[in-house]
Design a protein around this ligand. Structure first.
Ligand code: ADP
Length: 228
């Protein structure tokens, strides 16, 4: 379970990116985080994997206040949270297979285990026939699939996606959304930040709406879109 308790984030330049945000996300949920650019979506995602710490309030993951984690414990937290970004962030000089296996090798698995698991996740994301392609040989949607495979290869409990469809055309965006929903059905909690209201409204999942750093809506479908 993820719990934000009265979380505010003020950046050193004084920008209030989040203000008094309190939300609970249950294990196994699929949640959209929507809001216009600058609403605080990325900041909220960054708080989850401790890229940033809250200025006030607490971020609890599985009951633990993650601001209090020692430096040595942060990699353990990050193993449990896969993250996907708008710009894919793949290593250009490595194949799809190598991009995903790189995320695993760090954890010192046997070679055979790595091979099997990487093949399995790349098949799961629909890239069975593209494993040995380099990023520049793949379409945007395929590159994002590699990034998603990399994010889930260590079987995290949580997958956080920050504008994962931001660089993709509408058709490909729908496919990526479908894939994230599929991953959620397999038991992973998924949080997807997007400024595309219409994408969130295509499903019946929970939508948390942020505007100017505050939660202004929480429910099925995007509410009050004309007011935010
Ligand atoms: P979103 O993801 O919804 O576009 P962000 O979380 O990126 O929103 O940004 C929220 C606000 O915080 C914006 O006003 C943005 O300019 C500001 N901001 C984000 N990151 C930083 C930073 N590192 N330093 C200062 N201000 C930042």
């Amino acid at each position: 379970m993820i719990k934000l308790l009265n979380v505010s984030k003020i950046y050193p330049n004084g920008v209030k990116a989040l203000q008094d945000v309190s939300i609970t996300i249950e294990k196994g949920e699929f949640v959209f985080l929507v809001g216009p650019s600058g609403a605080g979506k990325s900041t909220l995602i960054k708080l989850l994997f401790r890229e940033e710490k809250p200025t006030y309030g607490q971020v609890l993951i599985a009951g633990k206040n993650i601001a209090r984690l020692k430096k040595s414990q942060v990699p353990i937290l990050r193993r449990n949270i896969g993250v996907v970004f708008q710009d894919f962030r793949l290593l250009e000089d490595r194949t799809a297979f190598e991009n995903v296996s790189f995320a695993m090798e760090v954890l010192e698995h046997s070679k055979k285990e790595i091979q099997q698991r990487v093949r399995h996740v790349l098949t799961l994301v629909g890239l069975k026939d593209r494993m040995n392609y380099y990023p520049h040989q793949l379409s945007g949607g395929e590159q994002q699939r590699v990034a998603i495979a990399r994010a889930i290869v260590n079987r995290p409990h949580i997958l956080a996606a920050d504008e994962p469809t931001g660089n993709l055309d509408p058709e490909t965006s729908k496919e990526i959304l479908k894939l994230l929903i599929d991953i959620n059905r397999r038991g992973t909690t998924v949080i997807m930040a997007t400024h595309e209201w219409s994408l969130a409204n295509k499903t019946n999942h929970r939508v948390i709406t942020l505007n100017k750093g505050r939660v202004v809506g929480d429910g099925e479908k995007v509410l009050l879109t004309h007011e935010v």
